[in-house]
Design a protein around this ligand. Structure first.
Ligand SMILES: [Zn+2]
Length: 260
């Protein structure tokens, strides 16, 4: 294989891997925000449950005040009852007392309901607090994993910068200029595999004599359509040859090129 073409393939692998690492690094702030949002949602769950419980307790205290008012009236009625002179008065006070007692009974039932409700709402608060604790743990773990990955991405970029310098230094200047030009115009992907007569990135069919020359891998040949520098993977080498520009190193995913 043409030695410069070989270097270009290596250069493209490095650039694609660095690009993937840079994009992953750039997602950092957005991923941080998503982690914070998860915690915030769990915190809001606890706050809402506590607020619900507080409201229920407040309602219960109001009911207890009402009970006290009616009991105060009952106590006064008992005093009045001692002082009444006539049977009519006596019956009238008795009637008032019966009414007040009925009120006390009915409000006390409501107080009991509120007490049972408070038990349920306390359980809801505890559950929300447990969920928050679990989410805090999960988010902490995800944050540690993310920070480790971000550090690894930075290390990848630093390593690639060094390796790239060596490849670039060895490349023919004219070939490098072509690579740089196409890379700038084509979203960082300047090298493409030609397969079955087609440029695998822009998917345009190459002229037969162009494809024929590309299969020899002995010259720098550009795609007529996207201008990328073409190389060919001989059929026998397709599997397991470190030949594929797309499958670049540890950073993984193949370069996406909207500028086809
Ligand atoms: Zn092309």
């Amino acid at each position: 294989m043409n030695v410069d073409l070989e270097r270009l393939i290596a250069l493209q692998q490095l650039d694609s891997a660095a690009d993937t690492a840079r994009r992953r690094l750039a997602e950092g702030p957005e991923r941080e925000k998503a982690l914070d949002a998860r915690l915030e949602t769990a915190r809001q769950g606890v706050a809402a449950a506590k607020e619900h419980l507080t409201q229920s307790q407040h309602a219960r205290r109001e009911l207890e005040k009402e009970v006290a008012v009616h009991q105060g009236r009952l106590s006064k009625f008992r005093d009045t009852l001692m002082a009444v002179k006539t049977n009519v008065e006596y019956q009238a006070v008795q009637k008032e007392m019966a009414f007040a007692q009925g009120e006390v009974k009915s409000i006390e039932d409501k107080v009991l309901e509120r007490m049972l409700e408070a038990d349920d709402l306390t359980a809801v608060v505890k559950r929300a607090e447990a969920e928050l604790a679990a989410e805090q743990k999960a988010v902490d773990a995800d944050r540690r994993a993310m920070n480790a990955e971000q550090a690894e991405m930075q290390a990848t970029i630093d390593r690639i910068t060094g390796e790239r310098g060596a490849v670039v230094g060895a490349l023919d200047k004219q070939v490098l200029a072509t690579f740089d030009l196409v890379s700038r115009k084509r979203n960082g992907v300047a090298v493409a595999e030609a397969r079955d007569g087609i440029c695998t990135i822009c998917h345009v069919r190459l002229r037969p004599q162009v494809f024929n020359s590309v299969t020899r891998n002995d010259a720098i040949i550009q795609c007529d359509s996207c201008n990328r520098i073409l190389y060919y993977v001989p059929k026998t080498e397709v599997q397991g040859s470190g030949f594929n520009v797309q499958g670049s190193g540890s950073a993984g995913s193949s370069p996406v090129d909207p500028a086809n």
